[in-house]
Write a protein that binds this ligand. Structure first.
Ligand code: NAD
Length: 322
């Protein structure tokens, strides 16, 4: 066996994760990964080294009763051999701001992070979580120049989780029964794909009719408004959001690290799907060890296409203005 074959075997299955930016979001992700025992090794990297050290000690001291993950603070050189690199470095929005208001400061941070990471990147998927996630996914992907989908963004996974929970509450059912997705922008112009919502495989309008519940524009608009404004409302109440995204990222990390393919609405650079090119947006995607391994083209309603394409145009304008 030659040396490169030995090193390839050595790194396979290490389940090593780097988290860059260990504020509320990065630290919550690290904590959720250890609770679920998804990663074997988790390195926390932040420009504020003391913060990374504090978070790593705090999380590590809970591991003995929980799992086996090895959590430590490190630097970019520790990204060598990582199977998954999660980027959470970036300013959070203040009350009243939209995610797009973060563009200027967070694009600069992303450029800085990629410049520091690139010399140590060996393989693995790169998952962007910092906002505005679709813009930052495109920027990171352009800078890394890896095969399409290796850099992907958490995109609409959190909106999808919120929509699923809101529909389940409306129907008084467990979330397991609800299959719904949000696509497009992780932001105010997100698109819930109402035409595909199913309850245990039954189209939702048929289900509601059978159980005597109302299902029409009024119910859809009210649920959508709740989902769209949920992040802002949590920020008004507690100044930040971090637990929801942390469990959603765990779901994606499990798919990457444990080679357990899922279909999820995450963001990656589109190359013509749905008529869009050169912009990262969420569409149903097969996520596995290489990040986004394939994007799926579904049939949506006319209104859903219009909403999706409007968001694509706005994001393209934003990217062109950078
Ligand atoms: P935070 O301010 O608590 O943490 C940000 C961290 O990034 C800080 O520790 C800071 O030191 C670090 N950082 C800044 N520049 C850096 C650099 N160049 N290199 C390394 N580290 C750097 O913010 P937070 O609440 O953790 O939010 C982080 C990001 O996640 C924000 O952009 C927020 O909008 C986003 N977010 C995304 C979702 C989603 O669904 N995608 C959900 C919630 C929050």
């Amino acid at each position: 066996m030659n040396n490169s074959a030995i090193s390839a075997n050595f790194t396979t299955g290490k389940r090593k994760v780097a988290i860059i930016g260990v504020g509320y979001v990065g630290a919550s992700i690290a904590y959720a990964l250890t609770v679920r025992n998804i990663a074997r090794e988790i390195v926390l990297i932040d420009k504020d080294i003391q913060r990374a050290q504090g978070e790593s000690s705090d999380i590590r001291h809970g591991v003995p009763f929980m799992g086996t993950s090895f959590v430590y603070a490190g630097g970019y050189a520790d990204c060598v051999d990582c199977d998954l690199i999660i980027i959470c470095a970036g300013r959070n929005r203040r009350s009243g701001e939209t995610r797009r208001d973060l563009v200027d400061s967070n694009v600069d941070i992303m450029k800085n992070v990629i410049a520091s990471l690139k010399p140590y990147y060996t393989h693995g998927a790169i998952l962007v979580v910092a906002n505005p996630v679709d813009i930052l996914t495109q920027v990171a992907s352009d800078l890394m120049q890896l095969p399409n989908g290796r850099v992907f963004g958490s995109g609409c996974i959190l909106d999808t989780s919120r929509l699923t929970a809101c529909i389940a509450d409306y129907l008084s059912l467990s979330t397991d029964a609800v299959k719904a997705i949000v696509v497009g922008e992780h932001g105010d112009e997100q698109t819930p794909v109402w035409s595909r919502v199913a309850i245990a495989g039954v189209p939702i309008d048929e289900y509601c009719e059978a159980v005597g519940l109302l299902w029409g524009d009024t119910q859809r608009q009210s649920l959508h408004e709740k989902v769209r404004s949920m992040g802002a409302s949590i920020i008004r109440n507690k100044g930040k959001t971090h637990y929801g995204i942390a469990t959603c990222v765990c779901y994606l990390a499990d798919a990457v690290l444990n080679q357990h393919q899922i279909i999820a609405p995450v963001s990656s650079p589109l190359v013509g799907e749905y008529g869009v090119k050169g912009v990262s947006l969420s569409v149903p995607s097969i996520v596995g060890v290489n990040g986004v391994e394939r994007r799926l083209e579904e049939r949506w309603s006319e209104e859903e296409y219009v909403q999706f394409l409007t968001a694509a145009d706005r994001l393209r304008e934003c990217l062109e203005s950078l």
